[in-house]
Design a protein. Sequence first.
Length: 320
Amino acid sequence: MAHIALRDYQAQAQYIQFEQWHIGCFSPIPLQPNSLQEQHQTTPLEINKPVVLFLHGFPSASYDWHHQWQALKDSHICIGMDFLGFGISDKPYPHQYSLQQQADAVCVLLEHMQAVGIHSCHVVAHDYGVSVLQELIARGQTQSQSQLQSQFKSKDSLPVTLLSATFLNGGLFAALHKPLFTQKILKSPLGGIVAKLMNKRTLHKSFTQIFGPTTPPGARLIDDLWQLLLIHDGRRVIPSVLGYIDERAVFAQRWQDALVNSKIPLAFINGVHDPISGQHMLDEFIRLLPNAKTFALDVGHYPQIEAPEAVTKALLECWS
């Protein structure tokens, strides 16, 4: 499948305001009301294709999904965002990053989507984004319970209805998540020093550890991810971002319950050779959610990059 140049990825970006920061987003339709007015649109767009929101992982960006976006562009509206501290988005420093705040940022994006006429969407998440999606599902359940008890909207209400949730490799169950030694060091008091010593070679080494034995990361991919990491001096925020590992433990029960109690279809596309969240995570998902769709792929931690055609095929099956 065709590779998309990083410069083209950056050129396609739109930006939305989240608190005092700018979040880079990607969409074939304008997400800002002002953009609609400039195009003489006074009413919401007519949305005539299914909408899919893609949430990326650590330490990369929505660029991870460019193969799927290319494959689905004619049949679906594909939307993504670079989380705060990632990719082309602002990377405030010092800052206490949290998955809860990232979920708040996604809700702001959902508000923009609603404003341009999108009222429902599928969501696909990988790695770091898996936890954000679990929190969104939990908030949606809180919203439903609140509406049963009151005529007023819950503070956790989601602006857009989630139609389905598809997970790729990630720490769905905190107790089974196995971070790399490098991640543990970066999260430690030595993290600031280690982050400064990171380079493209060490990034390549870490990615090779988590990719499948027959699908290693290519030099061009590593170069693109490294360039995205360098934007806004992204290395320095890594130790703070890695606080998500502890946050997963804090919210483990809430996020597991969100899956077990989910009323929307769930699916898991898993690269079984992933040492972080591979076969062992898939086995637990099947045990807890035996009726959910699952796909075991002969790759590692990044199925969407290692086996893009297989992932796209699985996604279409999830939505059928």
